[in-house]
Ligand binder design. Structure first.
Ligand code: TEU
Ligand code: CA
Length: 561
C-alpha cells in the first residue's frame, strides 16, 4: 500500500462555538482556539479539522454559510484566522477547513438574487419548482430536520428545496456556473494555505432527475417520506467530484474527507479509490445507526457488540485493498462515545481508553472529537429550553407539540441521541463554567465538569488524555498501526472484539472487552505466543490475571511471535 501523510495522520476536530471563549460573550472563538494550541501540540495531533467558521446567521451553527470568503463576526476576523493558521503551522499541525457546499444560507447573496425573480441570472444556483395543484408540494420529500424539504417563497410563488433547515437552501450542482463559483471559492482558501477539506454531506450534491416523489403503498396522500434514495450518492456525484478534483484540488497538496451519510462500502470505494481521483476518505454512517430502530435515530434501540463489530469488520475488509477508512465514534452530530459505547459511570476512564484503542488500532485515519481525549460524557438537561440544536427543536415540535408524542419519551431520546450532547462547552478546569467563558455560555455546561476536565487530566498520569497521547505516539513509531493488514478473530464472541494486524512479518493482537464483567477468550495456540505488551488500559501492577481473561472494558495490544 502506498504511504501517505493523510493515512498516517491523527485528526482533532474543533467545534469552535464550544471550544474556548476569549472575550466573555459566551461563544467560543478563534482567539480562544489560538490560546489552546499548546494543548493540541501536547496531545500530538497532526491535523485540526475546524467546523465552519465562515459568516453565518447560525441557524445551524455555521453549517448555513452566508459568505464563504469571510469569518463569522462572533468568531473573529480573517486576520484572527490567519493567526490561527500560522499558530498551527508553527507547531507542525495542519488545518482542515469544513466545506459546506451542498447548501448555503438563505442569507447568502446568491440566494437573495436567486429568489428575487424567475429570470435573475442566479435563479438557477438553487433548486426551484412550482407547486402542484391545490397547494401541493413539488414532491413528498421530508427535510432531514423535520417537516417538508420545500419552502414556498412569496416573491415568485415557487418552492425551493432544502434537505436541511429552511434556512439552508440546496445549491443546484447541475448549473456549471455554480460549480465554477464554488471551485473558485475553494481555491481562495487553498491559496491561503489551508491543508485539508472536510466536505459536508458531499454525497447529496446530485439529485435524481425530475426529483421524483417517494412511492410506496402505506403512504397516505400528502404524507412525507425520506427521499434519500433520490439524493444520496446520486447520478452525477462522481462526475462532479472528479471535476472538482481536476479543476481545483489536484493543483494543491490537500487532504480530503467527504461526509457521506447512506454510503455503502461499494459507494465508498468509488469515492476513495486512489485511481479515481475523487476523495481520500469518507465518513461512513453505518455504525452510527446500530442503535436506531425503524423510523430512524430517535427510535433508540439497544446496540450489541455483534451489531457494531459486524459493521466495522465489513468496512475494514471492504476497504482493505481499494479506498481508505476514516475512524470515528463521535463528532459534533453524535452523542459522546463513552456514554454510548462504553460506561460513563464506574468504568468511564477505562472504557474511554478501550474505545480509543479500537479507534487507533483499526485500519484507517482516526478522528478525535474535542473532549473525547478527556472522556467527556453525554448530558441530561432537564427541560427542552436548555437545548439549542435546530435538529432537536424541530423534531420535538413535530413529534410532541404537533404530533402528540409523549414528552418524557422524546426527552429521553434527546438525552441519548441529541447533537447537543457533543456541543456542551469544552471542560478546561473545575472553576466556574469550566474555564470556557467568563460570561454566560451559549449552551449550558455538562455539570460533570468539576470532575472531568483538562486540568485534572493533565495532572493525572493515568488519565484518558495521556493514553491518547501514547496511542498517537505509537502510531508514529509503528507503521503496522497504519498499514497492517486486519484480520478478525472470535467473530461470534458476545463481548470481545479481537483482531490482528500484520505487516511484513510483524503481528499484533488486539483484544477489547466491551462489557463490565470479566470475559474469557479462547484463542488458537499460535496467538498465545505473546512476546510483549504494546499498550493496555489497566495499570501494570494489575496485569497479573491469567492471559485468557479480560477484565471489565479491558483493552490489550500485544506483539506476537
Ligand atoms: O450532517 C449531516 C447529517 O446528515 C447528519 O449527521 C445530521 O447532522 C443529523 O445528525 C442527522 O440526524 C452535516 C453536519 O455535520 C451537520 O452538523 C449539519 O447540520 C448538516 O450536515 C447540514 O449542514
Ligand atoms: Ca467569544
Amino acid at each position: 500500500m502506498k504511504r501517505a501523510f493523510w493515512k498516517e495522520a491523527v485528526v482533532y476536530q474543533i467545534y469552535p462555538r464550544s471550544f474556548q471563549d476569549s472575550n466573555g460573550d459566551g461563544i467560543g472563538d478563534l482567539q480562544g482556539i489560538i490560546s489552546r494550541l499548546d494543548y493540541l501540540q501536547k496531545l500530538g495531533v497532526d491535523v485540526v479539522w475546524l467546523s465552519p467558521v465562515y459568516k453565518s446567521p447560525n441557524d445551524d451553527n455555521g453549517y448555513d454559510i452566508s459568505d464563504y470568503e469571510d469569518i463569522m463576526d462572533e468568531f473573529g476576523t480573517l486576520r484572527d484566522w490567519e493567526e490561527l493558521l500560522d499558530g498551527l503551522h508553527v507547531r507542525g499541525i495542519k488545518l482542515m477547513m469544513d466545506l459546506v457546499i451542498n447548501h448555503s444560507s438563505d442569507e447568502h447573496a446568491w440566494f437573495a438574487e436567486s429568489r428575487s425573480s424567475k429570470d435573475n441570472p442566479y435563479r438557477d444556483y438553487y433548486i426551484w419548482r412550482p407547486g402542484g395543484p391545490d397547494g401541493a408540494l413539488p414532491n413528498n420529500w421530508s427535510s432531514i430536520f423535520s417537516g417538508p424539504a420545500w419552502e414556498l417563497d412569496e416573491a415568485t410563488g415557487e418552492y425551493y428545496l432544502h434537505l436541511f433547515s429552511r434556512k439552508q437552501p440546496d445549491l443546484n450542482w447541475e448549473n456549471p456556473r455554480l460549480r465554477e463559483a464554488l471551485y473558485k471559492m475553494i481555491a481562495f482558501w487553498l491559496d491561503k494555505g489551508v491543508d485539508g477539506l472536510r466536505m459536508d454531506v458531499i454525497n447529496m450534491i446530485s439529485k435524481v432527475d425530475g426529483l421524483p416523489s417517494v412511492q410506496h403503498e402505506e403512504l397516505a396522500p400528502g404524507e412525507l417520506a425520506g427521499g434519500g434514495e433520490f439524493y444520496m450518492n446520486g447520478p452525477r456525484v462522481h462526475e462532479y467530484l472528479q471535476e472538482m478534483n481536476r479543476e481545483v484540488l489536484s493543483k494543491y497538496d490537500v487532504m480530503t474527507v467527504g461526509e457521506t451519510p447512506g454510503a455503502s462500502v461499494e459507494d465508498a470505494i468509488l469515492y476513495t479509490d486512489e485511481d479515481r481521483q475523487e476523495l481520500q476518505m469518507v465518513f461512513q454512517f453505518e455504525h452510527m445507526d446500530v442503535d436506531s430502530g425503524p423510523g430512524g435515530k430517535w427510535n433508540v434501540v439497544p446496540w450489541t457488540l455483534k451489531g457494531l463489530r459486524d459493521i466495522l469488520h465489513k468496512w475494514q475488509v471492504g476497504l482493505a485493498d481499494k479506498g481508505w477508512n476514516s475512524l470515528y465514534l463521535n463528532n459534533h452530530d453524535q452523542p459522546r462515545m463513552v456514554s454510548r459505547f462504553g460506561d460513563d459511570g464506574k468504568y468511564r476512564v477505562i472504557s474511554a481508553k478501550m474505545l480509543a484503542t479500537l479507534l487507533h488500532t483499526l485500519k484507517g485515519t482516526p478522528y478525535i472529537y474535542q473532549g473525547e481525549e478527556i472522556g467527556m460524557t453525554n448530558v441530561k438537561f432537564p427541560v427542552l429550553e436548555d437545548y439549542k440544536d435546530i435538529e432537536i427543536l424541530n423534531m420535538y415540535r413535530e413529534k410532541v407539540t404537533e404530533g402528540g408524542a409523549d414528552h418524557d419519551t422524546i426527552l429521553q431520546a434527546i438525552h441519548t441521541k441529541g447533537r447537543d450532547n457533543a456541543r456542551t462547552p469544552m471542560q478546561w478546569n473545575a472553576a466556574a463554567n469550566a474555564g470556557f467563558t467568563d460570561g454566560t455560555p451559549w449552551l449550558k455546561l455538562n455539570p460533570r465538569y468539576t470532575e472531568i476536565n483538562v486540568e485534572q487530566a493533565l495532572a493525572d498520569p493515568d488519565s484518558v488524555f495521556y493514553y491518547y497521547q501514547q496511542l498517537i505516539r505509537l502510531r508514529k513509531q509503528h507503521l503496522i498501526m497504519v498499514y497492517g493488514e486486519y484480520e478478525l478473530l472470535l467473530p461470534e464472541h458476545e463481548y470481545i472484539y479481537a483482531y490482528t494486524r500484520t505487516l511484513e512479518g510483524e503481528k499484533w493482537l488486539i483484544l477489547l472487552n466491551f462489557c463490565d464483567t470479566p470475559q474469557t477468550v479462547d484463542l488458537p495456540d499460535e496467538l498465545n505466543a505473546v512476546t510483549g505488551t504494546i499498550i493496555g488500559n489497566y495499570p501494570e501492577e494489575q496485569a497479573v490475571m491469567d492471559r485468557s481473561t479480560l477484565r471489565p472494558y479491558e483493552a490489550r495490544v500485544c506483539r506476537l511471535g
